[in-house]
Design a protein around this ligand. Structure first.
Ligand SMILES: NC(=O)c1ccc[n+]([C@@H]2O[C@H](COP(=O)([O-])OP(=O)(O)OC[C@H]3O[C@@H](n4cnc5c(N)ncnc54)[C@H](OP(=O)(O)O)[C@@H]3O)[C@@H](O)[C@H]2O)c1
Length: 313
């Protein structure tokens, strides 16, 4: 379904601003939890006629005060707009809602921003195709307060037609909106990949804070050094990606042998200082296994071979 272009706000002198050229396609938001409310609010503020539905009553009230139309059933919600964005707890809830909407779904576009696995996304895409529903799976790489910001990333995958038709509306939610490809599972896969980084990097920072904390050093005191270190890690990413893509782990910078000794020192120190080494242990195990397999002269990037082939496999 094509985007509509607003002409309502044309100035008397005939000038139409860039803003007014942008789409104001009616949208429906299904699920008004913390994230769904932020999505609905963003569309409302951008001038989209916005229909909302939530399982429990009350959560639509603030949005209705801002101009949203609250409806009583998922079918009414889907029927309210050519484009429906679903953002609820999990895929089981999504299926319950879509099943309840029934025939109202036929010919409509559903964009599912609920977190799930790649497999769940592919299954739902197949089901949607069988029911003549335009389906896009998406992942929000942000918290609710970041919705609508120029750098906020939202990733989409699945049927390209709904993305092409609604790209400008979807971009309202974040300037970093991107379409990854026809495989509906890709957005969920990227989501998990990027969140894996978030958890492990965050864990590393917390471990660092625990270490310096044993000497009474505050987080604020470590912060400038941690931030600089994090930036150098970011600068290092292209080299790591290149090594992994090429499968070439020759290094003149830092071998696994030296990293094996380095991480053992940190683990030992942490334990002596009475703090957990749980954040470091998995990385230490990967390094030790790779060295034991005869790859001590390879770079750190070569650990991906161990990640791809778990010890238990
Ligand atoms: N919050 C974030 O920072 C963030 C960031 C990225 C992605 N996400 C993803 O966005 C999705 C929503 O997160 P959230 O933070 O908005 O969660 P939330 O505040 O806990 O809201 C959950 C929503 O799901 C609805 N729901 C749960 N089970 C349902 C069912 N069986 N049928 C109908 N509706 C049901 C709830 O309705 P009721 O009000 O009736 O309970 C509520 O609207 C999740 O998949 C989450 O992983 C969230």
């Amino acid at each position: 379904m094509p985007e509509t272009v607003s002409t309502a706000a044309q100035h008397a002198n005939g000038h139409v601003s860039a803003m007014q050229h942008e789409s104001t396609t009616p949208v429906t938001i299904v699920g008004l939890g913390l994230m769904g409310q932020a999505l609905a609010e963003r569309f409302l503020h951008a001038g989209h006629p916005t229909t909302v539905w939530n399982r429990s009553p009350g959560k639509a009230d603030r949005l209705v005060e801002q101009g949203a139309t609250a409806v009583a059933t998922p079918a009414d919600a889907i029927a309210g707009s050519p484009l429906t964005v679903v953002c609820v707890l999990d895929y089981a809830a999504v299926r319950e809602i879509l099943d309840a909407a029934g025939d109202a779904l036929r010919g409509r576009v559903v964009v599912n921003l609920t977190s799930g696995t790649p497999e769940q996304a592919r299954e739902l895409a197949t089901w949607a195709a069988e029911h003549q529903i335009g389906y896009l799976d998406g992942a929000i790489m942000a918290i609710p307060t970041m919705i609508g910001e120029p750098d906020t990333i939202l990733l989409y995958s699945g049927d390209p037609a709904p993305f092409e038709a609604h790209q400008s509306t979807l971009t309202r939610l974040g300037g970093g909106t991107a379409y990854l490809g026809a495989d509906a599972g890709l957005a969920a896969l990227y989501d998990m990949a990027l969140l894996s980084m978030m958890y492990t990097l965050h864990g590393g920072f917390l471990h660092a804070l625990a270490l310096v904390g044993t000497a009474g050093v505050s987080g604020a005191a470590l912060l400038p050094y941690a931030a600089t270190m994090m930036k150098s890690l970011v600068d290092w990413l292209p080299d790591t990606a290149r090594e992994v893509d090429a499968g070439d782990y020759a290094t003149e910078i830092s071998t696994l042998d030296i990293n094996k000794a380095g991480i053992a020192l940190i683990v030992e120190t942490s334990l002596r200082l009475g703090i957990s080494a749980d954040v470091l242990r998995p990385m230490q195990a990967l390094i030790e296994r790779r060295v034991a397999e005869g790859h001590g002269k390879d770079s750190l990037a070569s650990l991906i071979e161990g990640i791809r082939r778990p010890a238990s496999a």
